[in-house]
Design a protein around this ligand. Sequence first.
Ligand SMILES: [Cu+2]
Length: 294
Amino acid sequence: MNTALRVTAFTAGLAAAFGLALGVGHATGTGPSPKPATTGHAGHTESSGAGSAAEHLPGGLQISERGYTLSLDSPYVTAGSPTDLRFRILGTDGKPVTAYQQQHEKELHLIVAPRDLSTFQHLHPALAADGTWSAPTAVPAAGEYRVFADFTPAGAAEGLTLGADLHAAGDLHPAPLPQTGRTVTVDGYIVTLTGDLTPGRSSRLTLSVSKDGKPVTDLQPYLGAYGHLVALRAGDLAYLHVHPDTATPGPDIAFTTTAPSTGSYRLFLDFQHGDTVHTAAFTVTTGESADHQH
Ligand SMILES: [Cu+2]
């Protein structure tokens, strides 16, 4: 049978669940914003985020949004086996979208992460003339994965991120979120995070890269910037938009983002040095003094 149809059917329940909780405010613009931001220390309200946090849902929670649908050829893979992730973005007319605007030097960014956020892949699929995207990859371990397509259709005023489930067969060992602290070592680099995610309010995060005890000051541009940060919320893998603020090649790479709620987030920093892209992953918990935990 048509696998696209099966994907849609399979995720319908999920989409409905999120749709009820999250879609209403977005669709009408008048509903309550989802779980806004208990404000911690400073007493700011959510309106201080210039409205962006209140008006926009986090990306990645829906397989279909604003008339666009992420259609995976197959949501089933086998852990450790080479696979070609193939998918299309369907437009409001049901046809594959074939024209995109570049963002960060690519027409589409594909993120693949398991529900336990233990791994992270940032891929740049190839687009065929008929609108089919394909990315050769292999998911490293068994698990329930989320595939995020971050793109801007040609002519659209703003981009969006659609998410779809991907099931990787194998021996499943879900792991708790790693507790990383503020310093992470990757490939011989030490990356230190300063700044805090603040629910409902734009926050600045700075990541400093050093190697062999010295600050790295010759980072190479990657995707048009000296770093690329993806933030995913633990529990539902909401995908946060992150804007790079930095124009110097290290050691500091600065970003601005808004956490949509209290909770734990995984931050994945891609940076390039020595002609290689390295990824440093942090676990950040915001609102530790927050009162409600369900
Ligand atoms: Cu990308």
